[in-house]
Design a protein around this ligand. Sequence first.
Ligand code: FAD
Ligand code: SF4
Ligand code: SF4
Length: 513
Amino acid sequence: MAGNPMLKFVTLHREMPEKRDAQNRKADFGEIYREFAAERAAAQASRCSQCGVPYCQTHCPLHNNIPDWLRLTAEGRLREAYDISQLTNTFPEICGRICPQDRLCEGNCVIEQSGHGTVTIGAVEKYITDTAWEEGWVEPPAPAEERPESVGIVGAGPGGLAAADMLRRAGVQVTVYDRYDRAGGLLSYGIPGFKLEKEVVERRNRQLEEGGVAFELGCEVGRDVTFAELRERHDALVIATGVYKSRELEHPHADAQGVVKAIDYLTVSSKKYFGDQVDEFDSGEMNAEGKRVVVIGGGDTAMDCVRTAIRQGATSVKCLYRRDRANMPGSQREVGNAEEEGVEFVWLTAPGGFETHGMTPDAEVRQIGPEGQGSGVRPGPATGPVRGVSVQRMKLGEPDATGRQRPEVMEGADYLEEADLVIKALGFEPEDLPTLWEQPELEVTRWGTVKADFRTHATALDGVYAVGDIVRGASLVVWAIRDGRECAEAILERFDLATVEARTMATATVAAE
Ligand code: FAD
Ligand code: SF4
Ligand code: SF4
C-alpha cells in the first residue's frame, strides 16, 4: 500500500468542514459550514477505500462517479475531479450543500457501515465545484452550434433548470417561464440561506442567461399565457412546476391572524434576504422578531422554519411533532443544528385547535350560559390574533400498513401552548394542473401528480414532458436534477429522430421526382 494516497480511513478520522458557532450563526442567514481548506479536503477524500462496487454511487440519484473524484481530489488534481463531477451533475455545489447525504451517498458508504465514519462526500463535492467557480472552470452552456428547435420550460426550479442547461448545451433554443420574479424555484424562494446562500443559486441563473437561455419571469402559465399558446410556440414543453398547495388543518381558527403557511413564511423571509421591499415582513405579519413561535410539523420544511424564526429574533421557538425523534421525517443533522441554535422540540404532540385573542369557542359557550340555560352556541364573532395552540399529547400505538407506529391521542392530556406566531409545515400537494390549464388530457395520478414515463418523462400529451416534484410529489433537489437531465436527453432523441425522418422524407421525395 506504500504510496497509495487512498484508504486512510483507519488512521484519519472523519471531519466535516468547520461549523460556525451557534451564537454567531444565529445572527445572520449565512451558511453554517465553512469551506474545507485544500489540504483538509484532500485528506478527507483520501479516506475513501475505492470500493469495487461503490454503494455510495449506487445510492446517489445521479450515480455520480464518487470514487474517481475523491481519488483525484486526494491527489490534488482538482480540475479533473471537477470535469468528472460535472459530467453527471448539473449543480454539484448545490447538491454538496443540501442533499440529505445521510440518507443517500454517505449513508451507504462502506466505511460508515464498518464504524469508521463515512467519507464526507457532500462536503468534498461542494469543495471541488466551489473551487471550479473560483478558478473560472465553470463554463456557461453556450453551444458550439445552434439548432432550430425550441423548448419551453414551465418552472425555473432545479428540475426545469437542469433540463434547460442540457438542452442549451446541445444548441436548442430554450425559454424558461416562471411566475416568480427570480429563477431558482425553491432554491431561491424556499430553502433558506443558512443551508444554501442565494449567491450560489444566482450565479447559476446568470450563467444560464449568459449561455443563451431566455427567461420570462413574472409569467404565470394559466394566467399570463395559456398552456395551449405555449404548445403552439415551442416544439416541446417541459412541466417543472413543483408542488405548492399546502396541506391544511381542519381545526377552527386554523387561518386566524398569526397562523401562517410555511411556504409563505419562508418565501417572505427569502425575499427580505434578497433585499426586496416586503410588506408582509415589514408589517410584522410574517416576522418572528420578539414573538413566541410554534412550528407544526417534523419535515425539512419545519426545520427551515424553526431556524429562520431563530434568526429573525423570536423570543422562543418550539416545534410540535406527533411522533418521536427517531420517527421524524426531517434530517437528524438539521434537528441537531436547530437544537444547537435554541429550538425546543416537543415530541409526541399534535395541534388539537387554536385559541385566539378574540372569542374562543369555549368563551362563546360560556357567554351563552351553562348547558341547559342558554339557547345554544351562536356563531362566534370574527376571531382575533392567535393566542396559542391547543396541544394534544400523543403516544405511539400499533404499526400501520407501512410498519410505522401510528400516533394516538392521549385523552385528557391537552394543554395550551401560548404563541404569537404559528407556522403550519404539514407538507405540500400538487395544484390541479389539468383544470388550471384547461388540459383535461394531461393525465395525473390519484394524488394529482402528473403522470410521466419513468425514463423519458413524456406525459400523455404529445411533446409535453414533466419532471421534479410535480411528478414525484414533494421530493429532493437531486431527484429533480436527475429528471431534468433525463428529460432533456429524451427531447434531444425526439428532435434527432424527427430530423432523420425529415431527411428520409426529403430524399424519398427527390427520388420520386
Ligand atoms: P420547484 O423548485 O418547486 O420549482 C418550481 C417552479 O415552478 C417555481 O419557481 C414556481 O414558481 C414555478 N411555477 C409553478 N407553477 C407555475 C406556473 N403556473 N407558471 C409559471 N411558473 C410556475 N430538497 C433537498 O434536496 N434538500 C433540502 O435541504 C431541501 N429543503 C427544502 C426546504 C423547503 C422549505 C422545501 C419546501 C423543500 C425543500 N427541498 C429540499 C425539496 C426541494 O426544494 C424540491 O424537491 C425541489 O426544489 C423540486 O424542484 P422542482 O424543479 O420540481 O420544483
Ligand atoms: Fe451525494 Fe447528492 Fe452528491 Fe449524489 S449528488 S453524491 S447524493 S451529495
Ligand atoms: Fe469510497 Fe465510501 Fe464510496 Fe466506498 S462507499 S467508494 S469508501 S465513498
